[in-house]
Write a protein that binds this ligand. Structure first.
Ligand code: SF4
Length: 336
């Protein structure tokens, strides 16, 4: 016994591509959104998933919840493969697995009242509840997320972005799920509201014993809420580590570059770090670079990086890193 919480979710070799039009006289092109993704999520933890826009974060969240069908690989929920379950069987599991979307107002049906929006998952996933019980649960959940009971008959357009996200959170929590995928839940909100919503999510996680997958392009936000952090680049895992280890000692050059965008108070460290700043655009996932996908932006790249894809290695503390040269880079940095 290690005392470590059990895995609640396991992703095993998951890949997802999209076929997109290559033009009138060309064959369709293949967009490689995710390739060979494997990791586990522990009961009660918050796993952050970070990377730039277009790295596959949201596709991964949707494949986990079976809102998108992966091409290859499995999603094991509480040990059961849910990847290709028939629709009715998946509907029963859906009570446990919910999502909070990025744009709260866009994700709420403008023709429904708050009460109807929050009650909607109960109608489809817990049809055994009667009207009175549904209303009781909706009011209790509204209170839990900081909405007043008299708001129950109002419509989404009457709310601010922060309040609308509270409605989205209430809708996600109403079926008492075990795991919630939070897909950029604060990136559409004013900075002043972001902290309120992050604190609310942390409180609700404790109160309801939730496990969270927190997707964001913003490492500062992810750091605030995550126990462990998975870094994605062009649809592949490049690093996975405990939050403190990843922020204090990033191993992969891409993680190091992403961290240069995170404000730190020490100006000396900030100056030293700026040398790793991320340059250039993320390459097209239709034509990914050979070998290491990060090589076109990596200042440590050598010939080997174009020839061979670096394997995802398990290093100390169960950390995962995919880079041919991370040890060498670390030695060079230590030598000054
Ligand atoms: Fe950079 Fe090479 Fe490591 Fe890729 S494998 S991150 S290109 S050093």
């Amino acid at each position: 016994m290690t005392g470590q919480p059990a895995d609640i979710l396991t992703i095993d070799g998951l890949s997802k591509s999209f076929s997109i039009s290559g033009g009138l006289f060309s064959r369709p092109l293949e967009l490689h959104a995710l390739t060979d993704i494997s990791f586990s999520v522990r009961q009660g933890e918050t796993l952050g998933i970070v990377g730039e826009s277009g790295c596959g974060k949201s596709t991964l969240g949707r494949c986990i919840l079976q809102l998108l069908a992966p091409d290859e690989g499995r999603v094991l929920w509480l040990g059961e493969d849910i990847t290709r379950l028939p629709a009715e069987a998946m509907r029963r599991r859906r009570r446990d697995l919910q999502i909070i979307f990025q744009d709260p107002l866009a994700s709420l049906n403008p023709r429904l009242t708050v009460g109807e929006i929050v009650a909607d998952p109960l109608r489809t996933l817990m049809p055994e509840l009667n009207e009175a019980e549904r209303r009781r649960r909706v009011l209790a959940m509204m209170e839990a997320v900081g909405l007043l009971p008299e708001m129950i008959n109002r419509y989404p357009h009457e709310f601010s972005g922060g309040q609308a996200q509270r409605i989205g959170i209430a809708r996600a929590l109403i079926t008492e799920p075990k795991l919630i995928v939070c897909d950029e839940p604060v990136s559409a909100l004013d900075v002043s509201i972001q902290a309120q919503i992050l604190n609310l999510l942390a409180d609700l996680k404790d109160k309801f014993g939730l496990t969270l997958i927190f997707i964001s392009h913003n490492l500062s936000v992810v750091r605030h809420v995550s126990d462990r952090i998975l870094v994605l680049y062009l649809g592949r895992i490049v690093e996975l580590a405990d939050g403190d280890a990843l922020y204090g000692d990033p191993k992969h050059p891409y993680t190091q570059a992403l961290l240069t965008a995170v404000p730190i108070p020490d100006p000396k460290r900030a100056r030293a770090r700026s040398i790793d700043a991320l340059v250039g655009e993320i390459p097209s996932p239709i034509f990914p670079p050979s070998g290491c996908a990060f090589r076109t932006r990596c200042r440590y790249a050598v010939a080997l990086c174009a020839e061979q894809r670096p394997p995802l290695e398990t290093v100390e503390g169960g950390r995962l890193v995919a880079c041919h040269r991370w040890r060498e880079i670390e030695r060079e940095a230590a030598a000054g």
